[in-house]
Design a protein around this ligand. Structure first.
Ligand code: 5AD
Ligand code: SF4
Length: 438
C-alpha cells in the first residue's frame, strides 16, 4: 500500500480541491496518513494570495529536505501554477508540480510518478474543464462544499488568482443539482457553493442572452429546493455581478442562509479604480441597501486591503466610513502584498510596511467596535444553530447560526451535526455564548 500525506493552505476552494485530490488518491489504492513522517508521498496544496502564504510552503519543503531519498514530494495549487518549473530549482527534491487547472489529469500524473518520473508537471491554464470526481473524500459529515465555478476573469490589479486558477469555467445546472441531491441522500444538511466569483456562474448550457447574475440566482433557487438540504451558503461573490435577483432569491427562501460575503476591498472610489474592481463606492453601497431591505436580517462580511499603492490618508478614511455605514458583522483585513505578474506592481507610490501595519490596525480597531455593537444586539434572542464541534478545553459545543454567527453553549450528549435552539446570553466581538433551549 502506498501512503500519502497532504497539507492544505489558503482558501476554501483549496480545501475542497484537496478533498477531491484525496478521493482520487484513495481510489487509486493510496492510504492517507496524519504525519508527513509516515508518508511515501508528501503533498502541499498551496496558496499564493499574499507573499506570506507563499513563503510557508518553501519553509515546509526545507524542513523535510533530509527525507528527499525516501519520499516523493509534490507541490499543488496556486504556488505550483505561479512558480511552475522554478520550484524544481528552488527545491530539487520535489517531483510533482501541478496547478488546480490540471487536477483532472491527476490519475495520469500519478502513474508517471509511480513509474519513476522525477519531474512531473501539470501547468497548462488552457482548459475548459472543471475538476469533478465522484470520489471526493469530504472532511465534514454534515456540511459539504460544491464547486460551481472555477477560475477568475476579473483581473483585479493586485490579484494572482487569474494567473493561478485560469479562466472562469462553470459547471452545468444538472451536475451541480445532482451532486447536491447525492449529498442530501448521504446525510448532509448544509451545502456551501464555492467559486472565486460564484455569482459569475454561467452554465455552459444556458442561454447566452440571459442577463448577468441570473444563472446564479436560478441556481440558488434550485439548490434551495433540494429535499433534505436545510442550509445553503455561497462564497465568494464579486460586487460587479451581484444583481438584485440574487438578493430576491435569498429573500424568498430561508434555506438560503442569512449571510452574504461581498468583498469591497476599499471604500474609496479612486482606489477601487486603481484596483480595477469595476464598481464605485456608491454602486457597492447600492447592493448593500438591497440586502438591508430584505424581510429576514442578513449579516454582511467583507475583505479589505489597506496600503494599496497610492492609497492616501483620505482614502483610508473613506474605508473607515464605509465600514461604519455598512456595519459588517466581520471583515478580513489584509496589508497589500506585491504579487508576481500583477498590474499593480507597476503602480507608483508603494506604501511602507510600517505604514501598512498602522493602517491595518486602524481598520481592525474601527471594525472591532462595530462588531461589539452588532453582536450585543443578539443577547436575549433565541437562534437556531447547526452544531459543528466540541471544544474539549472549555467543555462547550460550538454552533453556527444561519447568519454565520458562532454561538458556544454547554449541553450533555452528542450533538455534532444537529440543529438546536440556543438563547444568547453573552456577546463578544467575535462570538456569542448562550444556553440550550429545551
Ligand atoms: N495583497 C493583499 N491582499 C490580497 N487579497 C488578494 N490579493 C491580495 C494582495 N495582493 C485579498 C483580497 C481578497 C482576499 C481573498 O485576499 O481581499 O478578497
Ligand atoms: Fe490562495 Fe487565491 Fe489560490 Fe485560494 S485561489 S489558494 S486564496 S491564491
Amino acid at each position: 500500500m502506498k501512503t500519502f500525506y497532504i497539507e492544505t493552505f489558503g482558501c476554501q476552494m483549496n480545501a475542497h480541491d484537496s478533498e477531491k485530490v484525496v478521493g482520487t488518491l484513495l481510489s487509486r489504492g493510496y492510504q492517507q496518513v496524519e504525519e508527513p513522517d509516515d508518508a511515501e508521498l508528501v503533498l502541499y496544496n498551496t496558496c499564493s494570495i499574499r507573499d506570506k502564504a507563499e513563503q510557508k510552503v518553501f519553509a515546509r519543503l526545507q524542513e523535510f529536505k533530509k527525507h528527499s531519498k525516501t519520499k516523493t514530494f509534490g507541490v499543488l495549487g496556486c504556488v505550483a501554477q505561479q512558480e511552475g518549473e522554478k520550484i524544481f530549482d528552488r527545491a530539487p527534491h520535489v517531483s510533482l508540480v501541478a496547478g488546480s487547472a490540471s487536477y483532472s489529469k491527476l490519475p495520469e500524473m500519478l502513474v508517471q510518478l509511480e513509474t519513476g518520473d522525477k519531474r512531473v508537471t501539470g501547468l497548462s491554464l488552457d482548459t475548459e474543464d472543471t475538476f469533478e470526481t465522484p470520489m471526493t473524500r469530504r472532511d465534514n459529515p454534515y456540511k459539504a462544499y460544491i464547486t460551481i465555478i472555477e477560475g477568475c476573469d476579473k483581473n483585479c490589479s493586485y490579484c494572482v488568482v487569474p494567473y493561478t486558477r485560469g479562466p472562469e469555467r462553470s459547471r452545468t445546472f444538472a451536475s451541480v443539482l445532482e451532486e447536491a441531491a447525492k449529498l442530501s441522500a448521504a446525510g448532509y444538511t448544509e451545502i456551501q457553493l464555492l467559486g472565486q466569483n460564484v455569482n459569475s456562474f454561467r452554465a455552459p448550457d444556458s442561454d447566452p442572452s440571459r442577463p448577468l447574475g441570473s444563472d446564479f440566482a436560478e441556481l440558488l433557487r434550485r439548490v434551495g429546493q433540494v429535499p433534505g438540504i436545510r442550509r445553503v451558503r455561497f462564497m465568494t461573490s464579486h460586487p460587479r455581478d451581484f444583481v438584485r435577483d440574487i438578493v430576491d432569491a435569498i429573500d424568498e427562501n430561508p434555506v438560503l442562509c442569512n449571510h452574504v460575503h461581498l468583498p469591497v476591498q476599499s471604500g474609496s472610489t479612486a482606489v477601487l479604480k486603481a484596483m480595477q474592481r469595476q464598481y464605485t463606492r456608491d454602486e457597492y453601497l447600492r447592493r448593500i441597501d438591497w440586502m438591508k431591505s430584505t424581510r429576514r436580517e442578513l449579516t454582511l462580511t467583507s475583505d479589505i486591503i489597506v496600503g494599496f499603492p497610492g492609497e492616501t490618508e483620505q482614502d483610508l478614511q473613506d474605508t473607515l466610513s464605509l465600514l461604519s455605514e455598512v456595519e459588517y458583522d466581520a471583515i478580513f483585513a489584509f496589508k497589500y502584498s506585491k504579487r508576481p505578474n500583477t498590474p499593480a506592481l507597476a503602480l507608483e507610490d508603494h506604501i511602507t510596511e510600517e505604514e501598512k501595519s498602522r493602517r491595518l490596525l486602524m481598520v481592525q480597531e474601527h471594525q472591532r467596535a462595530i462588531q461589539i455593537r452588532r453582536n450585543a444586539r443578539h443577547v436575549g434572542r433565541t437562534e437556531e444553530v447547526m452544531v459543528e464541534g466540541f471544544n474539549k478545553a472549555t467543555n462547550h459545543w460550538l454552533g453556527k447560526t444561519t447568519q454565520l454567527k458562532t454561538i458556544t453553549f454547554a449541553a450533555p450528549g452528542e450533538l455534532a451535526g444537529e440543529y438546536r435552539r440556543v438563547m444568547v446570553t453573552r456577546a463578544g466581538p467575535a462570538a456569542l455564548a448562550g444556553e440550550l433551549v429545551q
